[in-house]
Design a protein around this ligand. Structure first.
Ligand SMILES: Cc1cc2nc3c(=O)[nH]c(=O)nc-3n(C[C@H](O)[C@H](O)[C@H](O)COP(=O)(O)OP(=O)(O)OC[C@H]3O[C@@H](n4cnc5c(N)ncnc54)[C@H](O)[C@@H]3O)c2cc1C
Length: 547
């Protein structure tokens, strides 16, 4: 590639960087080039037909909501037409019990149960008081403004560390109400402790701690009080019609239509820094591409230690980045092609469990996920880890499997990539696939190994080998602790996506969470920072919306 220059070069064509690139190219009017190491763009928005012919599995992110992509839905009318389409489930969350697989607890989706009453009835089977508490959370979220404030928080640049964000302002006001269910002490507690102070049924607490342990709130870490809105968030869950890769395809198509250029198999080795400013990139083959602005879509470790070099940062920044942990969020993310849909024992009581997005197979102990997490932190694989199952069939999304068949995403948490050798991972994968199907058989006796047509066993080994930004196999790039989210993310001096000390260098990616996941916010917020600095178009102001 000879003598290319751009207004902006983007390091990596992953899920967040692509969104920044799209906004810069379209609304920003800049000439943007994206350089991606792999053979295709999309990063963790990726689906493959590799379980078996005709079966599509999301090899990375799969469960999401349409609100993850609100800015794209508003600012790019063709986003939906190009593949940004979602399907919902009637039941958002459910669990069945090892002790009693004929029983279950179901939380219905917002689309099926807008008032929450149906879900509350389910919870009331275990505790009337918890059902009332659930409805109070539901009212606050959906009907008394918390949802809007949450969107404002996750789609806007955070304030400086000494200022409250929109959610903090909302809760401060809310907690003054005499009927408030949350108080300052609850907000500082862990999920386990605040759960025990709020909900009396172990069944409800187990379901929620099982959900959050897989997301971005550790059940043991402080500041879990607000985490009890998890049920409400998950009541709005979706997946992407035909697989998550359709989001990547839609964004790439829009980017190219607006004149953007991308280069696959183009690994960036260095960001060129001259006179304290970013001036372009150097690829591993030595090619230099010059630009006015550089956007890195990479993890903070790679950004400091490889792409820029420690010598360009002060000691405090280097130390803080070094302290960002990434050994906690490892998953076995297996997708099975099945000859038939799982039919749960618990369907005899409530048939809706058969069409739930998630069925968690749990033991009735709200500390179980924490116990497993402690073992994993010590590098020990917990015996009999808890599984969750997420199926599709023709009734749910007909585009993902042949007629009459099903796909099943199955998940357990595990230890980092570096804790096993290549050979050990290969053996572990085979054992885990077998374990998952054996576990499913406990809850859904119609499924045995004979029902399996094929399987994609994606786990820390595969994730780490595929993605330089996830070398431990951490699905969220870094562990999203309260201490490195929002205005502290990933370190306070970078929270507004500007890389302090280096002019015209911006960072984005999963390590910049308001909440960690496949949502597009980090990419959108990064554009907001650049738009402020270079006086670019601001569609949110033109359209007069709060985020
Ligand atoms: C298995 C798995 C399951 C997940 N499930 C869910 C889910 O169900 N729901 C959800 O919301 N989230 C989920 N996530 C999390 C979420 O998808 C990711 O955290 C997020 O998308 C990561 O975004 P990113 O932009 O930081 O990185 P990525 O999207 O991974 O993009 C980084 C890109 O940069 C490229 N790159 C790296 N180094 C270089 C270099 N030096 N030069 C050029 N290119 C480079 C990489 O190849 C990659 O394409 C999952 C993640 C994984 C791995």
């Amino acid at each position: 590639m000879a003598d290319k220059t751009f207004d902006v070069v983007v390091v990596g064509g992953g899920s967040k960087a692509l969104v920044t690139a799209l906004y810069l190219q379209s609304y920003g009017g800049m000439k943007v080039g994206v350089f991606e190491r792999l053979h295709e763009l999309g990063g963790s928005w990726c689906s493959l037909e590799r379980l078996a012919p005709g079966f599509i599995g999301d090899s990375h992110s799969s469960t999401m909501s349409d609100w993850y992509f609100l800015p794209l839905l508003y600012d790019f009318p063709k986003f939906e037409e190009y593949g940004g389409r979602f399907f919902g489930y009637k039941v958002g969350l459910s669990e069945t019990f090892h002790e009693d697989p004929e029983d279950s607890l179901l939380i219905y989706s917002y689309f099926d149960d807008p008032t929450g009453e149906k879900s509350a009835k389910e919870i009331a089977r275990f505790s009337e008081r918890d059902a009332e508490m659930f409805l109070k959370f539901d009212d606050l979220h959906f009907r008394e403004g918390r949802r809007e404030v949450y969107l404002e928080t996750i789609f806007n640049l955070p304030p400086s560390v000494d200022q409250p964000d929109p959610q903090e302002i909302f809760f401060r006001e809310y907690m003054k109400r005499p009927d408030a269910i949350l108080d300052p002490q609850l907000m500082t507690m862990s999920m386990i402790d605040s759960g025990r102070a709020l909900f009396e049924s172990v069944e409800y607490r187990v379901l929620m701690t099982s959900v959050i342990a897989r997301m971005d709130i550790s059940p043991m870490k402080p500041l879990g009080g607000g985490g009890w809105f998890i049920a409400q968030g998950r009541r709005e869950n979706n997946r992407v019609v035909g697989g998550t890769h359709n989001i990547a395809h839609a964004v790439i198509r829009l980017f190219v239509e607006h004149g953007g250029e991308f280069f696959s198999r183009s690994e960036v080795d260095k960001i060129i820094i001259e006179g304290g400013a970013a001036k372009g990139i150097r690829l591993v083959d030595g090619t230099e591409i010059r630009s006015k602005i550089v956007v890195s879509g990479q993890d903070p470790h790679q950004l400091v230690n490889r792409l820029v070099g420690k010598e360009h940062f002060d000691r405090k920044t280097v130390m803080r980045v070094g302290a960002l942990d990434r050994d906690e969020n490892m998953i076995n993310w297996y997708t099975f092609a099945l000859a038939e849909t799982p039919h749960y024992k618990a369907a005899a009581r409530n048939p809706d469990v058969d069409i739930a997005q998630f069925v968690h197979l749990v033991v009735k102990d709200d500390a179980q996920m924490a116990k497993e997490a402690c073992l994993r932190y010590a590098g020990i694989e917990p015996p009999n880890p808890q599984c969750r199952f997420c199926p599709t069939n023709a009734e749910i999304d007909p585009t993902r499997q042949p007629e009459g068949k099903a796909t099943l995403l199955c998940e357990t948490l595990t230890i980092p990539r570096q804790k096993r050798s290549d050979r050990e991972w290969m053996k572990f994968k085979m054992d885990t696939a077998k374990y998952m199907i054996d576990e499913l058989h406990v809850a859904a006796p119609n499924i045995t190994w004979d029902s399996v047509v094929g399987v994609d066993t994606s786990g820390p080994y595969d994730i780490a080998e595929r993605h330089l930004n996830m070398p431990t196999g951490n699905q969220l790039v870094i562990d999203p602790n309260p201490a490195n989210k929002g205005k502290f993310a990933p370190i306070p001096e970078w929270a507004q996506h500007r890389i302090k000390g280096i002019k015209n260098l911006y960072g984005t990616g999963s390590a910049w969470p308001s909440f960690a996941s496949a949502y597009c916010g980090q990419g959108y917020k990064c554009y907001k920072a650049i738009a402020e600095d270079f006086e670019l178009r601001k569609p949110w102001e033109e359209k007069n919306r709060p985020w």
